[in-house]
Design a protein around this ligand. Sequence first.
Ligand SMILES: Cc1cc2nc3c(=O)[nH]c(=O)nc-3n(C[C@H](O)[C@H](O)[C@H](O)COP(=O)(O)OP(=O)(O)OC[C@H]3O[C@@H](n4cnc5c(N)ncnc54)[C@H](O)[C@@H]3O)c2cc1C
Length: 451
Amino acid sequence: MRAVVVGGGLAGITAAIALAETGHDVTLLEARPRLGGATCSFNRDGLVVDTGQHVFLGCCDAYRGLLDRLGMTAHAPVQDRFDVTVLAPGGKTARLRRTALPGPAHMLPALARYPFLTLAERARVSRPALAMRFLDPAAPATDTQRFGDWLAAHGQDERSRRALWDLFSVSALNIAGDDASLALAATVVKTGLLGKNNAADIGVAGLPLGELHGDAGANLLAKLGAQVTMGAKVTSIKPGDGFQLTLNSGDQLGADAVVLAVPHDKAAPLMPPGALAPGTVDRWAGLGASPIVNVHVIYDRPVMDLPFAAAIDSPVQWIFDRTQISGLDRPGHQYLAISLSAADAYADVPAAQLREQFVPALAELLPAARDAQVAEFFVTRERRATFRQAPGTAALRPPARTQLPGLVLAGAWTDTGWPDTMEGAVRSGLAAAVELRRSMASSATTIGERQ
Ligand SMILES: Cc1cc2nc3c(=O)[nH]c(=O)nc-3n(C[C@H](O)[C@H](O)[C@H](O)COP(=O)(O)OP(=O)(O)OC[C@H]3O[C@@H](n4cnc5c(N)ncnc54)[C@H](O)[C@@H]3O)c2cc1C
């Protein structure tokens, strides 16, 4: 089978590897000059910058499987135990560290001591945790509810939602905590926080994402005999004797099968008529987009002695020490990146204004930053980082399968049941490869029967 994978993000890389490994003739077409999609890096005067800091969890089995296949597991270490320091202005800190107890009891001691909630608020945290166990994330009714409303109905006041639940839901779902789909929030909470005791242990890449995924993906695909073409933007996909793909260069390419692994707004205009039920593709626009902004600050001295930390009561959400990963070549300096999810309020704010807001905000959280000089400040913005993971989106996410045998969909936005994450992307790529093999096998059987 000549299979063309359109889109070289994690979904496309995964699908291409899975198909090449099972002996198919694979071509991967990527519009940009590199693989990796939303997980990419660029060079800024010698500094290697990820456009957006990424983390993953111990429970991200599919993504970790991909890392393994890429030979990158050692470069993406996972904490021995879930361990997050939470900073607040004025120097107050908390440490949320799990115990070795089995889940979900593993988090209880840390929550019982969490100083940013009152005793009564801490006591009430177990209510939604218990209720969540009986919630079915796959039930359509679950996706009609806002996470914030559900938490409030289970005793979580405004303070508990902002100082505790937001820490995880805003970064995992890239939407203001109250506004998230309960179904997606439940997937994260049930799998990550209430599952096995190591499910929420945090993994952070020790290499720039461009190397971890893009370069490693290109190397593995070359070894597997797949052809990878960068700068190849597909402008149309037409069925008829397999599929004819047209590229921006005007070149045409024939294929027996196509995996369309691009974001939903890019997939919609490429879908051949009749590939899905009428109206389906138009409804994808309802998935929308949600931005992530990263604020990068290089100080003339070390100001944070943690690999990463979360913050509350501050515009800062999560801070990461990027000094080593970026190859920063300024002795004694430290490079921090602030990751801002659900960043609608910041996406169009000029860098100078963000500097006025975030440099003092960091100084409030990190006492050592008060006397430090900012050697460099810049901002990266991903305006369509993920789809907007609000209630009602589950029904809009399509499965891999289409009505055209040989055409399948992949991408973190498709119906994986997972949020728009690296894990979701890899799961979608695997699902697409399985569905493609199934649909090609069943259409071969049908043709055989007709003959
Ligand atoms: C700043 C940021 C931070 C994030 N943080 C996290 C995190 O901490 N943890 C986590 O798990 N997830 C995180 N995510 C989400 C995660 O990166 C995505 O869910 C995942 O990478 C999406 O992969 P994908 O393959 O589905 O899509 P993409 O990565 O978007 O890949 C699609 C590819 O298709 C290509 N393409 C588009 N149109 C065409 C065309 N016509 N022809 C050819 N190629 C085309 C694009 O160039 C792109 O390379 C973050 C995302 C961003 C942007």
